[in-house]
Design a protein around this ligand. Sequence first.
Ligand code: AMP
Length: 397
Amino acid sequence: MITITDYNFKGKKAIIRVDFNVPLDKLTFNVLDDKRIRAALPTIKYILGNGGAVILISHFGRPKNGPEQQYSLKNILPCISDLVDLPVQFAMDCIGDEAIRHSKSLQPGEVLLLENVRFHKEETAGSIEFAQKLSSLGDCFVNDAFGAAHRAHASTTQIASFFPADKMMGFLMKAEIENAQKVLTYGKKPFAAIIGGAKVSDKILIVENLLSIADHIIIGGGMAYTFIKALGGNIGNSICEVERIPICLAIIEKAKLNGVQIHLPIDSVIADEFSPTAKRTNCLSNQIPDGWMGLDIGEKSSREFENVLSKSMTILWNGPMGVFEMESFSEGTKSMASAVASATKNGSFSLIGGGDSAAAVLKFGFENEVSYISTGGGALLEYFEGKELPGITALAS
Ligand code: AMP
């Protein structure tokens, strides 16, 4: 696979697949978090600085049936222009006459943004014809959309086949893969993974894969209660996937065989309802009374998990320890963010999976105190599940 720095962009129109799926304010349509746009700037600026023109393609939200104003990339055009520091041109459709006209007149040093690729159902269907139409607008293809690399869609995967010698990763994609490999392939021991979030079912594959690489797996959040029930605990009304109990027991067994230590929260912050104003108290996680539910890890658990992290040289974090969106149940997640930051300060490498864990690190002000925050939620999870990411495979073949 060629890399972006090996390629001569002079006089070329580079199609860059970016992931500009940023959150918007529902009323004003202002961009609430521009991290994903900022993350693509090094690639955009490098190509412009090396004599190329840039054609940006992206998805935005999940439109159901063709164009919808709330999912138009035009909403974020001012923000992109500000960050790129250039007036960015816009084509109201990503294929067809207007896109062709704009791309033909595009000059070196200029940037064109095409409308949301998901306004065409052929995008998610992975249509080769649609991919061909997109590809005809440029001379080379750069994929910088790590957040969409696990999708086999036309603009992430099929499009690459039209550029047999002119396709490559952007700087963001390269950084994401390199940082994931720092954990998966080159991680120093001991390696601790913190896995949380609502459901066991979403995280089973990653936990199974980690059983052959990690030394410690810390399990928190709602998913911990299925494990605790599997071990015979009383979890009251805590979230639980009863049908997953056998797989939880199998994981605990395999961990023993592999010498991996699984850490479950010994105590919990419990509430009488799923609400920010619920009555709350603390108790052992395997003695939660009926009518109460565990919504955060307790202080003893935080201290134990912090102790594990303080001795770990490599840390992966995916998923919160509790319902951190509610102030009353955010302390456990905050304590993990702080412990990961301290370990990083003491020389550990820490990778924060996108989605809620990235949001938590940001919320508690530790974004500059961890080694790397991934821009990909689902994509990073699949990478750590050991799956191939079609967006990356397509660049290699
Ligand atoms: P996920 O998308 O699977 O990483 O899950 C994140 C969501 O899990 C967040 O919105 C949390 O509020 C939720 N969550 C974390 N802990 C619990 C819990 N103990 N009970 C219910 N939901 C939880």
